[in-house]
Write a protein that binds this ligand. Structure first.
Ligand SMILES: Nc1ncnc2c1ncn2[C@@H]1O[C@H](COP(=O)(O)OP(=O)(O)OP(=O)(O)O)[C@@H](O)[C@H]1O
Ligand SMILES: [Mg+2]
Length: 407
């Protein structure tokens, strides 16, 4: 019986764990959380952090898995690539390239080398360095940690009305607190609609699966509040987006498997926000892609890892949408957070046409905060429709039916 290590046992990995079992594999799940919900579905659980490269490697030497994989978070991508490389297992991306796909500073440098369109950028290594580099931008710029995710610490600095050093120091302190390495990126602000592109690479050849329109919060924070498939941008812009996405996948030398590419359609053409060498999160690959195309990305990933042929052909072109439930800024009432008092309308929303799922992550009595990162979201609704507009309208209607009060 072939053995597989699946890094991560949270709810996100459950479809992969299930599928691996269905395929007759002996499944080890690895997670730092001994209560992770996916553990009971696997054959064995190893209590190891998915980003502890050394410990994962030791376990791999001991249990000798035939395959090692992860699903939708960034840092374990590095671990998988390191372990596969060291143990001589089939590797979808070289470790050096995996670093470029997970560290925004390396990523920007690599893309620049390969001629992929990106914003003007600098890496700042201290507060003085940050202040100096931010002055290069005349009015506004984006500051973000070089190595975090879920939009944690990503902020738009506006120096049109506030040029004080105090303001810049505050921004640096905020962003720096989310940077593991301490490096803060300073970037030109790219204006325009944002999309993500799901790709799948087979033997070094990238293919586009879908383009997804993104909804992002009002400035100065950038948190995704919804996604809609298929993109409704004009075809000429989508062609440009596809080109940039493919070039970005090639730039990280992806050999096999999924990439999630985030792109802004600016007035000067498509430019890369970032690329991840993994499936997109936010239910994009687990729910929206199957609903709008019939393509089972989880199945594709597992087949690719275990060397089965993959079929990327879409079955249909429908619409799908996710909308996130979150607390409006006004509910915090200056205190920075509030407690959820009531949640109503879940059943009503669930029974509306085209609604596939309504889920709350938090409930009555839980504390909620304004939306500064994806972790502040309170729940979601997912809808399908004949096309993107119908799916979006249905998801929006269900979202309005869910009513929360705060105290
Ligand atoms: N230079 C930029 N110009 C305009 N918007 C940007 C820029 N950089 C980041 N953003 C916005 O901030 C969001 C989050 O940035 P980024 O993807 O780099 O961080 P992240 O923490 O990896 O996010 P996530 O994990 O949510 O994808 C982007 O989706 C985009 O909306
Ligand atoms: Mg991102």
């Amino acid at each position: 019986m072939k053995k597989i290590f699946i890094l991560g046992a949270s709810a996100l990995q459950i479809p992969m764990i299930r599928l691996a079992k269905e395929k007759g594999l002996y499944v080890y799940v690895l997670d730092y959380d001994a209560h992770a919900v996916g553990i009971p579905l696997a054959d064995e659980f190893l209590c190891i952090s998915t980003i502890d490269t050394v410990a994962v490697m030791e376990a791999a030497k001991k249990y000798k898995p035939d395959y090692v994989m992860t699903s939708t978070s960034d840092m374990p991508v590095r671990t998988v690539s390191w372990v596969c490389e060291q143990l001589g297992l089939k590797s979808d991306i070289a470790y050096e390239d995996a670093l470029c796909a997970t560290d925004k500073n390396r990523m920007r440098r690599r893309m620049k080398e390969r001629g992929v369109p990106i914003p003007k950028f600098y890496a700042a290594y201290s507060v003085e360095d940050f202040i100096g580099k931010s002055r290069i931008f005349k009015d506004r710029f984006v500051a973000k940690p070089a190595d975090n995710a879920a939009s944690r610490g990503v902020v738009l600095a506006d120096t049109r009305n506030n040029t004080s050093v105090k303001y810049l120091r505050e921004i640096y302190a905020y962003v720096h607190s989310f940077s593991r390495s301490g490096v803060v990126m300073v970037e030109e602000y790219m204006d325009g609609p944002e999309v993500s592109v799901e790709t799948f690479t087979v033997d070094g050849e990238p293919h586009i699966i879908t383009i997804t329109d993104k909804m992002v919060t009002d400035l100065p924070y950038f948190v995704e509040t919804g996604h809609t498939q298929m993109s409704r941008l004009p075809e000429i812009e989508q062609a440009d987006i596809r080109r940039v996405a493919i070039d970005a996948v090639r730039a990280i030398n992806m050999q096999n498997g999924p990439c999630h590419v985030e792109i802004k359609a600016t007035s000067k053409g498509a430019k890369l926000v970032e690329i991840a060498a993994r499936m997109g999160g936010d239910y994009i690959t687990s729910m929206l892609v199957p609903l709008s195309t019939g393509v089972d990305m989880t199945g594709l990933c597992l087949s690719s890892v275990i060397g089965e042929p993959v079929d990327l052909t879409p079955e249909y072109a429908h619409g799908s949408a996710v909308r996130f439930i979150y607390m409006p800024d006004t509910a915090a009432d200056g205190k920075g957070s509030a407690v959820i008092k009531t949640v109503e309308g879940i059943e009503e929303a669930s029974s509306m046409p085209g609604i596939k799922e309504v889920k709350m992550y938090k409930g009555v009595g839980d504390e909620a905060g304004p939306l500064k990162s994806s972790n502040d979201r309170l729940g979601h609704v997912i809808a399908e429709g004949a096309d993107a507009d119908e799916a979006a309208a249905r998801a929006d209607a269900a979202l309005s039916a869910v009513k929360l009060t705060y105290g």
